[in-house]
Design a binder for this molecule. Sequence first.
Ligand code: AMP
Ligand code: ZN
Length: 478
Amino acid sequence: MTLQFHNTLTGEIDKFVPLVPKKVSIYTCGPTVYDYPHIGNWVAYIYWDTLVRTLMANDYEVTRVMNITDVGHLVSDADDGEDKLEKGARREGKTAWEVAEFYTEDFLKGMKSLGLIKPQFIAKATDYIPDQIKLVQKLKDKGYTYQIDDGIYFDTSKFPTYADFAHLDLDAQKAGARVEFNQQKRNASDFALWKFTPAGEKRDMEWDFEGKKGFPGWHIECSAIAMSILGETLDIHTGGIDHIPVHHTNEIAQSEAATGFIFSNYWLHNNHLKVNNTKISKSLGNGYTLKDIQEKGFSPLDFRMFVLQSNYRKEGNFTFENLQSAKNRLHNWRNIATLRHQIHDTLQSEEEKSKNDKTVSTLATSQAIVEALNNDLGTPEALKIIDDAFLNLSKASLANIDRPALVQLLETIDSTLGLQLIDSTPDISDEAKKILLIRKSARERKDWNKSDELRDELLGLDIVIRDTNQDTIWEYKS
Ligand code: AMP
Ligand code: ZN
């Protein structure tokens, strides 16, 4: 099974070949913890979690780092404006440290509710200040930097391949540079590695470097953290498409200028989510949070299903109708998962199973799901494979369903797509089972009134009954 991904570095679908066989190092650009993440931000983390799960399904040992930007991300990506954390602190009447702690905790809780596997390293930028200073120093020693009034900058003209990654037109950038652009900069594309605290200002977060107080630029944290933990060359680096022209271009320039080695062999980027076909923006109030959607009756896993329905490289469109259809799909899948409680393994041996030509086995489905994901994270294709298998199961007589194969399929779905089908589908209570048995005998006696009465009783326990030609099947009420 070839594992292949679209690699922004080459612009092609590349076969995945790790640096060390069966091991993979991944760096994911993490959140800026100054506010609640919106659903667009979560899209990125859901897809990268699926990437990790896909690698694990292929028996890779994954080492993953995600940073937490708790300093240095300025309101404008062009190194201007206020630090987002300091801005958040003013808004909330707290220190930047308190704001960072609060939203980091909130982010970790959100990750858990979405069933995202926690990376082995969650690295706060403020915990890696010495590494960042060391990297800036190294670039300085190698002659890649210059100092102006407000900080130390990377001279992009000294890194000849600067424009390659994002296919930038630097001449156009120069011509289009705004007048208010920092006039001391040598090139429009130069970026701050380290900023000095403005004279007369006192920041919550600042450190000594070059005999002054200051703080790191946004990009340097990712290079410093990634290389400190994972080494000078990574297997995979991930982020949103918004990061390609500035943040990742700068990460590549400063890392490769410092080490002389390729920074990451594969770069994967997720496209953006829109809401009602409109860009998510604070001013439009369409940046729903997980809490917002939960208040409307949707679970984080409903949202996860919604995200998986689209390919990570396509622009997504969120509407509550789309979320409702994802919720319905997940509900239907859960009801298929409950069949494992209702099959009483009438087919015991492999021999018996092979003799029964009506056996509905889903053994091949698990492999098909992994194959779909291996092809550049084909989540919509994986979901379609599951839909088809589940449709067959829903039509089958319980006696003909291969229970171990069903359980194995559910385990594969949970491990690759993180939808928690097994955990979210407990068996019904003994009381409900008793009612089902009584109803069965009432039906055998053709006592339809009693049967209907018991059906209503089960409905009161949130259990819906579906009578087929061969079986009586219970499902969860939606
Ligand atoms: P931030 O916390 O602003 O640094 O963003 C966190 C992540 O969310 C980054 O990887 C962004 O690329 C990503 N992101 C931001 N907006 C969207 C969106 N509308 N859809 C998908 N990803 C997004
Ligand atoms: Zn980054």
